[in-house]
Design a binder for this molecule. Structure first.
Ligand SMILES: [Zn+2]
Length: 126
């Protein structure tokens, strides 16, 4: 599969998820992801990123994961992680990279950086 990188902000309408800010506002911040191929969307929130901070892989098929690891290695110089998912509408695989910052003790802020996605939809010819 051919992959490309796009800024996370082009696919998700919120790129900073701060636990402290949510507590202050007594509100949960959602980011809406929209699939560039079929328009299907879903919501992302702070807990999605927190839960995946130490869980990497196992969502997409093995071949796609290997290709993604090579195409866009995880940065070791920052506390970077990623979230893998496939679109519920068309099945396209996505990898969303984000940085975790512990802004104060036990309080995490997540900043989305890049999205890696197929250049074209996986199931061609439809
Ligand atoms: Zn889709």
């Amino acid at each position: 599969m051919k992959w490309r990188k796009v800024p996370a902000g082009e696919r998700v309408d919120r790129t900073v998820f701060g636990q402290g800010q949510e507590r202050l506002e007594h509100a949960i911040h959602y980011g809406l992801f929209a699939c560039p191929f079929c328009g299907e969307g879903f919501r992302l929130q702070w807990t999605d990123f927190y839960n995946h901070l130490h869980v990497r892989g196992g969502i997409l098929d093995e071949e796609a994961e290997k290709e993604l690891d090579l195409f866009r290695p995880l940065r070791e110089d920052i506390w970077e992680s990623f979230l893998d998912f496939s679109c519920a509408g068309c099945g396209a695989p996505f990898r969303l990279f984000y940085e975790g910052l512990e802004v104060s003790m036990g309080q995490w802020e997540f900043r989305l950086s890049e999205m890696v996605e197929p250049v074209r939809r996986a199931k061609a010819g439809r």
